[in-house]
Write a protein that binds this ligand. Structure first.
Ligand code: ATP
Length: 967
């Protein structure tokens, strides 16, 4: 059969050409029918090869290729089956060979191009989509072969591209660029993808997805889930291992019968007891705070002995060797500043007050947290024989509660447990108390005893009654404790208090104490690690002990420096003042100052660029985190940043190329952006990045020098200047002539107009009288006045503090567009400004009069006035009649008004006055046309000359003028 086809192939047949269309339709019709059995079924082997003529003659009986509409079935098998099953008589297949011929004629070159390259000539399977096609071609040699096989094995669907519209099927028509029309048969979309899939076995890339990820998202998700699961499993494994090992340890211990491991009765409570409480000092000698401070506080408490216990104050021993020299020194230098210690000692040695109490009724201990201030107060008070009553000022904040607590503690005595000891009141966290509460305390301190009242001249009985009403005299010591002595509410109290600054604990003492504590719990710790711990906690006793206990609780039996560095030590939340924050940012911590110049720059770069190994960054990163913590706790981020901005350029910069400055400016800009995004866009999660700016500044600028820090004011100044500028612009715009204002937006004024306008407003004016000006100069002046009036500008005379007069532009737009340090480009003289100011005033008057006149009379349109009028005079002389001059206008106006507004004369009460007509005298009868008065009136009213005396204006040229010359 193939041979036969080959023989037939390429035969040109007129019949087929003529009836191509009909053949096509027939082929289509046949395609819709079921596979028809062939009439003469012969196997190719049994059939002898035919010649062309035989084939033609055979016509309808000629064997035909397998039907195309048998998907999934092998062509030959089908044919065989058909041959066996179907009776030979039934054969509607007469046109089959022609169909094949039609197919092979293939009259459409465009369609031929689209055919699959490897497909046999008779295969009219539409090509796969261009996307699949190259893939299939490049699938590798074996695949390609397989695919070819598949392609050949696949049933080839009927050609959906037809030259004529199909009869039974839906179609769409397509016209090629060459104008040829083809008809595409529509088929049902069985796959439902909307895309005809020519090869269902080949996956279309991405199944409609873009595959931007490379790896599908689902598999990524799976990976993450797997990872998490793995992690959880590992953790669980670790936990069970630990539990297992612990259990085995305990079992071993039980088996060995170690007495130490047996749960002691108090052990459970001891485990939960804080070490800070366990090792809290009980005696004066166990105190870690500075000895001088401890001693001073004890001495001050002892000053109360006379009032509280009735003990006489021991007589002071004379210090023969020290005193004279000291006295001599003080006498020699009376104005010399005294140290704080000297002041304290003087206070302690001073005489008691008339009521035999110390002059300072309250002691104020201040210092950073965790130094043992509260402990000091307790231990010293107990040591001095008192029963300590503590109150927390942050808790009892209301003045009433404050008064009640203080009076209860100072005027009553505990009957239970105190052993008859008098109270000593300790007020902790007094910096958290409001001013009103502090005032209550002050009023209690300032109550006067009878002796003082007598000295003050107050009447005793009345004073006694009042005292009883307001409470008794304070006879017990009060010790106040605070962290921040600069809290505003403490100002008054500080003046009356015995102020004691508690200095940081000496690290050597603290290390020793910590070593004792850790040894007692069987924890090994070398002094280096403990020193690192002290440094990290800034010698905070509480933080050190708590850290030790925390590490011990986690099973560490040995403290190393690494442990200290990796542990996050919880410090008490403490706010530092702004100056100390700025100082910490710009100054290296004490311990690291000696490292300046060694690894600092490297560390800086590594920290900022993020490319250093962690080991070399420990010091720098510690500093970084410290600053981060300090600035976060300081709170006032805006103020902190302003201080950094105002001060960072005043520092001694190490970097001569100013790279650090540029970096710092970048940080500042970034900070601005962050704040803007956070507050304008309400993206408050961005606020967490703000404290990094001070940390970056520290890394960039911190040095060993003590920085000279000033309080920031540039922001305030800039804001004031901006509001001033806005005011100037607003005043300018509101005063502008409407025509000018319509085109002058504030922004355009600032950016484009004002700068040039200032140059326009400074023409060269000769310092002579305007009468001597040439026409051009007059025009220049009038246009200047016109421009200034259009922008509502004028010059205003002012006086400097040293008494000099000067003219200032009003509103002062020079401030808007000129830097104050720079001189004006074309400064006008005082006289020029004066002249311009006067001309502006005159012009304003003229305009006002013209307006009033226009409003008063009907003859309004007599022409413009002022500079416009002047210009009209010059430019359009021939066109319009010259307008009346200004003084003429004015005079005429006045006279008209006088005529129009002639009112009947009225007396004081508003009644019309009727004058008696006097008998006319002779002189009156005569026509006094020549009288002086009449003539004067004519002269003033009718004369062309009119002048006004302006007081205070001195024109450069003067000349004598007589009245007769004017007449
Ligand atoms: N010499 C010491 N030896 C051991 N522990 C001490 C010593 N001094 C103080 N402590 C412990 O340190 C802890 C903190 O002390 P204290 O409360 O007196 O500090 P503070 O300066 O008052 O802190 P704050 O300002 O936060 O109130 C206390 O629990 C105390 O037990």
């Amino acid at each position: 059969m193939e041979d036969y086809e080959e023989d037939l192939y390429g035969v040109e047949d007129d019949f087929h050409n003529q009836f191509a269309a009909e053949l096509e339709v027939l082929a289509e019709l046949e395609g819709t029918q079921d596979v028809a059995p062939s009439e003469n079924l012969q196997t190719p082997a049994s059939r002898p090869p035919l010649t062309f003529e035989e084939a033609i003659a055979g016509g309808d009986t000629a064997p035909r290729p397998c039907p195309v509409r048998a998907p999934g079935n092998d062509c030959r098998n089908t044919r065989k089956n058909v041959r066996r099953d179907q009776p030979e008589s039934f054969s509607p297949m007469s046109k089959r060979p022609r169909l094949e011929v039609v197919k092979r004629l293939n009259f459409e070159p465009n369609m031929e191009e689209l055919l699959y390259p490897d497909s046999p000539p008779g295969d009219i399977t539409p090509p796969p989509s261009p996307e699949v096609f190259p893939e299939m071609l490049n699938a590798g040699p074996s695949d390609a072969g397989a695919d070819k096989g598949t392609m050949q094995a696949l049933p080839s669907p009927r050609n959906p591209v037809l030259r004529r519209p199909p009869v039974l099927e839906d179609y769409i028509n397509v016209t090629s660029t060459g104008g040829e029309r083809a008809f595409l048969v529509l088929r049902a979309d069985l796959t439902g993808t909307g895309v005809q899939n020519p090869l269902p076995d080949v996956q279309w890339r991405g199944r409609g997805q873009l595959n931007l990820l490379g790896v599908p998202f689902t598999s990524l998700k799976e990976q993450v889930d797997n990872k998490r699961r793995q992690q959880l499993l590992e953790e669980a494994q670790q936990l069970s291992d630990t539990l297992h090992s612990l259990r085995s340890e305990r079992e071993e211990a039980v088996l060995e019968g170690t007495p130490a491991e047996e749960p002691a009765p108090g052990q459970d409570t001891a485990q939960h007891c804080l070490w800070v409480d366990e090792f809290a000092p009980q005696h004066y000698t166990e105190l870690l705070s500075d000895d001088f401070t401890n001693r001073c506080l004890l001495k001050w408490l002892k000053l109360w002995d006379l009032v509280v216990f009735g003990h006489e104050r021991p007589a002071r021993k004379a210090r023969p060797s020290v005193e004279p020299s000291r006295v001599g020194k003080e006498a020699a230098a009376p104005g010399k500043w005294k140290s704080h210690e000297q002041v304290l000692e003087e206070m302690l040695e001073a005489e008691l007050d008339p009521s035999r109490r110390p002059r300072q009724k309250v002691a104020l201990l201040c210092g950073p947290p965790g130094l043992g201030k509260t402990t000091l107060a307790h231990v010293v008070a107990r040591h001095a024989g008192y029963c300590v009553v503590e109150m927390n000022a942050s808790d009892d904040r209301s003045p009433e509660a404050f008064r009640t607590r203080i009076e209860a503690a100072t005027q009553m005595e505990s009957v239970l447990g105190a052993g008859g000891r008098p109270n000593c009141l300790v007020i902790d966290e007094i910096d958290g108390a409001p001013t009103a509460a502090i005032n209550v305390l002050l009023s209690i301190l300032n109550r006067k005893g009878p002796q003082e009242a007598e000295q003050g001249g107050t009447a005793v009985p009345a004073g006694g009654r009042r005292r009883r009403a307001e409470g008794g005299l304070l006879t017990r010591p009060i010790i106040c404790i605070c962290n921040d002595q600069f809290t505003p509410s403490l100002r008054q109290l500080k003046q009356q208090a015995f102020l004691l600054h508690v200095p940081p604990t000496l690290p050597s003492r603290l290390v020793q104490r910590l070593q004792e504590i850790s040894l007692q719990h069987g924890m090994r710790s070398d002094p280096g690690a403990l020193a690192a711990l002290c440094e990290k906690t800034e010698n905070d006793i509480r933080a050190c002990i708590n850290t030790l206990q925390f590490l011990y609780g986690r099973g560490r039996r040995e403290l190393s420096v690494r442990d200290v560095q990796t542990t996050h030590v919880g410090l008490k939340d403490q706010r530092k003042g702004l100056f100390s924050v700025w100082q910490e940012v710009f100054q290296l911590p004490r311990a690291q100052r000696r490292l300046v110049g060694q690894d600092l720059i490297q560390a800086t770069q590594a920290l900022l660029l993020g490319d250093g190994d962690k080991g070399s960054l420990t010091l720098a990163s510690q500093r970084f985190y410290h600053i981060l913590r300090v600035t976060t706790s300081a709170g006032e981020h805006e103020k902190v940043v302003q201080g950094l901005f105002d001060n960072f350029l005043r520092l001694r910069l190490r970097d001569s190329s100013l790279g650090t400055v540029c970096c710092a400016l970048d940080w500042l800009a970034f900070d601005d952006l962050l704040e803007q995004a956070a507050h304008h866009g309400q993206s408050f999660q961005l606020l967490r990045y703000l404290p990094f700016l001070p940390a970056a500044f520290h890394v960039l600028f911190a040095s060993s020098h003590v920085p000279r820090i000033t309080f920031p004011c540039s922001q305030q100044e800039a804001q004031t200047r901006m509001s001033q500028t806005k005011n100037h612009i607003q005043t300018l715009v509101s005063g502008m002539a409407p025509a000018t204002r319509s085109r002058a937006t504030p922004q355009a004024l600032v950016l484009d107009t004002l700068c040039l306008l200032l140059d326009v407003l400074a023409p060269k004016l000769r310092p002579v009288s305007t009468q001597l000006y040439s026409a051009r100069e007059k025009q220049q002046l009038s246009s200047l006045v016109g421009t200034m009036l259009a922008y509502s500008l004028t010059y205003h005379q002012e006086r400097t503090p040293d008494g000099q007069y000067f003219y200032r532009l009003e509103p002062n737009v020079e401030e808007v567009c000129r830097f104050p340090e720079l001189p004006a480009r074309k400064p006008l003289t005082y006289q020029a400004k004066q002249l311009i100011a006067r001309e502006i005033e005159m012009e304003k008057m003229r305009r006002a009069e013209a307006l009033a006149w226009a409003g008063g009379g009907p003859q309004v349109d007599e022409g413009p006035s002022g500079p416009a009028c002047l210009q009209m005079d010059r430019g359009e002389k021939g066109v319009r009649p010259p307008a009346p001059r200004n003084h003429e206008q004015r005079l005429e106006h006045i006279m008209k008004k006088a005529v129009l507004q002639e009112q009947p004369e009225r007396d004081f009460f508003g009644r019309a006055v009727i004058r008696r007509v006097a008998v006319p005298s002779r002189e009156a009868e005569a026509p006094e046309k020549d009288t002086d008065e009449w003539r004067m009136g004519v002269a003033v009213g009718r004369s062309e000359v009119w002048f006004r005396f302006n007081e205070g204006v001195s024109n450069a040229v003067r000349r004598s003028l007589y009245i007769r010359d004017l007449l």
